[in-house]
Design a binder for this molecule. Structure first.
Ligand code: CTP
Length: 402
């Protein structure tokens, strides 16, 4: 499932060296199932030909305001009407200035002015233009009017200057596009998600850990941010990249994760504990590398604190969601964990199957609720499951169980 599936997205491209990045953005949008229609300004065509965008979008590219064929078949007004989302990337200072002042003198500015769809603008320009008070006023006016921005980043600019003005990465603009189309049913809520494994160190080079990739927790954090929540992601060591718009807090061991979670817990409305916390840690961490002296060795372990049980004992406590990774007696063990740790909901995973769960891209789960209800989520992507989990949490929090 994707918010972009079968959505009509207008991708308006204005002139600048960053036009090539719009090609990658187009690829991400079409891969997510969007029907993308590209508009190019005259100067954008100086950098990349319309044919590239036409081939990748499988739709004709709009380059002129009055094109007899396009007017008959689509036309700038009907394109504006059909759009579910309008993206301007890269957006030059000139185009942004025109939009802010209501100037509609080409295909791009005419269509953006005629659309009622959300408009996402990704600026790219010289740093001095970006900080120019005229530009700042134009942007502030558009923000006030509800236009969305994917801010440029700092770096060395094509013009030779260093500073903020580089077009945001295509993945970041894509994420902002998803957010623009998401329901905002988590707005005003603070949500903490834990993700990934913990590492319990034996010595400076060795540790005890598990196969958790962090994918599930990161998917939940990303989806919650799109839905308008303030998200704190407490993460063990993973290879996942930090989700857009999420506050990332790194925690290596279970004890570090406990400290990070507890320092934020009282400000959270919801805590979702997707992390695979190691149950035990070595009694002692050797300060120097342990050398091999014999054919066998024993490491004495001690129980780690149960972070979720600690949250369950808080008074008052946030809405608590746990995960139960089981190989047998899924429902029975998960229900017991929910009761023992005083949770509102638990996501029960059967980790005995190789197509789902730990380290896989997909997952299937049974959502169990405190009052005995349950919801089955068949095999689906972790992104889709994240949305299902958040749907259930939003329903519980907003009290519209129906
Ligand atoms: N959990 C936690 N702190 C721990 C262990 C687990 O917060 N020290 C949380 C996990 O993040 C998960 C839930 O408790 O949300 C259940 O974790 P799981 O490993 O399935 O269960 P355990 O409680 O550790 O029990 P067991 O290993 O005996 O199945």
């Amino acid at each position: 499932m994707s918010y972009l599936k079968d959505k009509c997205v207008v991708l308006a491209v204005s002139g600048g060296i960053a036009v090539y990045k719009a090609i990658e953005l187009l690829r991400l949008l079409t891969k997510a199932g969007a029907d993308v229609h590209v508009i190019m300004t005259r100067s954008a065509q100086e950098f990349v030909t319309p044919l590239t965008f036409q081939t990748l979008s499988s739709n004709p590219v709009h380059v002129e305001l009055f094109n007899l064929i396009a007017e008959r078949e689509i036309g700038h007004i009907s394109l504006a009407d059909r759009a579910d989302l309008f993206i301007v990337a890269p957006a030059t200072a000139n185009v942004i200035g025109k939009i802010a002042c209501g100037i509609a003198d080409d295909m791009l500015t005419t269509t953006v002015m005629a659309t009622k769809a959300p408009v996402l603008i990704a600026p790219a320009m010289n740093v001095n233009m970006y900080t120019n008070p005229i530009y700042r006023e134009n942007e502030a006016r558009l923000v006030r009017l509800g236009y969305l921005f994917a801010d440029p980043v700092c770096g060395s600019l094509a013009c030779g200057w260093e500073g903020q003005g580089k077009l945001a990465a295509p993945e970041v603009i894509f994420e902002a596009a998803l957010a623009a189309l998401s329901a905002k049913d988590m707005a005003g809520r603070t949500l903490m998600v834990t993700a990934g494994p913990t590492r319990e160190e034996i010595d400076p080079v060795r540790y005890i850990s598990n196969h958790s990739s962090g994918k599930m927790g990161y998917a939940i954090a990303r989806a919650a941010a799109r839905r308008g929540a303030r998200v704190i992601l407490v993460s063990g060591p993973t290879c996942q990249s930090a989700p857009f718009g999420v506050e990332l807090v790194a925690a290596n061991s279970a004890c570090e994760m406990l400290a990070a979670v507890m320092s934020h817990a009282s400000r959270c409305d919801v805590v979702i504990k997707a992390a695979a916390v190691a149950d035990y840690r070595p009694v002692e961490r050797n300060a120097s590398k342990v050398k091999k002296h014999s054919d066998s060795m024993t490491i004495e372990l001690v129980r780690n604190p149960d972070i979720l049980a600690g949250l369950g004992a808080m008074e008052p406590r946030p809405f608590l969601v746990g995960f139960a990774a089981e190989t047998d007696n899924l429902v029975e063990y998960a229900a017991k964990k929910m009761k023992d740790k005083n949770l509102d909901m638990i996501v029960a995973n059967d980790v005995s199957r190789s197509d789902a769960g730990f380290n896989a891209d997909n997952n299937r789960a049974l959502l169990l609720f405190r009052d005995g209800r349950s919801k089955d989520c068949p095999l689906m992507s972790k992104d889709a499951l994240a949305e299902r989990i958040l749907d259930s949490i939003a329903t519980e929090l907003n009290g519209d169980r129906g």
